[in-house]
Design a protein around this ligand. Structure first.
Ligand SMILES: NC(=O)c1ccc[n+]([C@@H]2O[C@H](COP(=O)([O-])OP(=O)(O)OC[C@H]3O[C@@H](n4cnc5c(N)ncnc54)[C@H](O)[C@@H]3O)[C@@H](O)[C@H]2O)c1
Length: 254
């Protein structure tokens, strides 16, 4: 009975960032649970590779920084599958790091455009359609950076903190329409985003992350996809406006 609530048969899920890492794993998890999945990303080549892993899919190349493209993505989903039950706003970039005094305006704008405005457009488009349906679940991708406030990651952390507050506001607005809105704040996950150094540098980073984890673990995309599936499905019907923290125990806010 309870397990049934994780099943996604008959549901349609839109996943941005589906060409790689956490987005790809989320698309596959939602599909494995029975959903029809709309795959969106600006990386068309890798999006096609994800399509090979997902049974009943629709590929819609999308740049989430463009409101018109995100609106068109959701409209295409409705045209093709008749509805949108889940909107997973996963697309994101790490962007330029470094001390605040060195961050240039263009780099700041870029990170905010993808990680914050891109999620806003996804929430906006999804609320429009789900509000009419009187049902739906929106899952946004934040980051453990909202707890850690790591030096050298101001733009990224600001954007992700923005995603967390957007999630709560959208949950207040969506609740009366039957729409739930939650976010996931993953710890360090091995994906192309975090594999940005020599193998030796990466081994050092992973060893450091393992040390910070109460479980001694480094996360994999599936660890986050499982959280996305939970929030997307009726298993989380009593959850809205929340931050779920699959982070291996690196941060434990009260
Ligand atoms: N990997 C981690 O440790 C980690 C931790 C916390 C949060 N996150 C978040 O999880 C999400 C996925 O990250 P990932 O690690 O899988 O990274 P990834 O680089 O593997 O995947 C990100 C995807 O987003 C897509 N994308 C980037 N800009 C886009 C745009 N303008 N329009 C459409 N698609 C765009 C990329 O093409 C890519 O396919 C991001 O929001 C990231 O901030 C990742």
């Amino acid at each position: 009975m309870t397990l049934e609530r994780f099943r996604m048969e008959g549901k349609v899920a839109v996943v941005t960032g589906a060409a790689s890492g956490i987005g790809r794993a989320s698309a596959v998890a939602l599909s494995d649970a029975g959903a029809r999945v709309v795959l969106a990303d600006r990386d068309e080549e890798n999006l096609e590779k994800t399509a090979l892993m997902v049974d009943d899919n629709l590929v819609v190349p999308t740049d989430v920084t463009k409101k018109a493209e995100v609106d068109a993505l959701v409209d295409r989903a409705v045209e093709h599958f008749g509805r949108v039950d889940v909107m997973a706003n996963v697309a994101g970039i790490m962007g330029a790091g470094g001390p605040i005094v060195d961050i240039d305006e263009a780099a700041l704008d870029r990170v905010l455009a993808v990680n914050l405005k891109g999620v806003f457009f996804g929430v906006q488009a999804a609320l429009r359609v789900m509000g009419e349906q009187r049902s739906g679940s929106i899952v946004n991708m934040a980051s453990a950076a909202i707890d850690a406030a790591p030096a050298g990651l101001a733009a990224y952390s600001m954007a992700k903190a923005g995603v967390a507050i957007l999630t709560r506001v959208a949950a207040q607005e969506g609740g009366p329409m039957g729409v739930r809105v939650n976010c996931v704040a993953p710890g360090f996950i091995v994906t192309p985003m975090t594999q940005r150094g020599t193998p030796e540098q990466m081994a050092n980073v992973e060893a450091m992350m393992r040390k910070r984890s109460a479980l001694g673990l480094v996360g994999e995309p599936d660890d986050i996809a499982n959280a996305v599936l939970y929030l997307a499905s009726d298993a989380s019907r009593f959850m809205t406006g929340q931050v779920l923290r699959p982070n291996g125990g690196t941060a434990m806010p009260a």
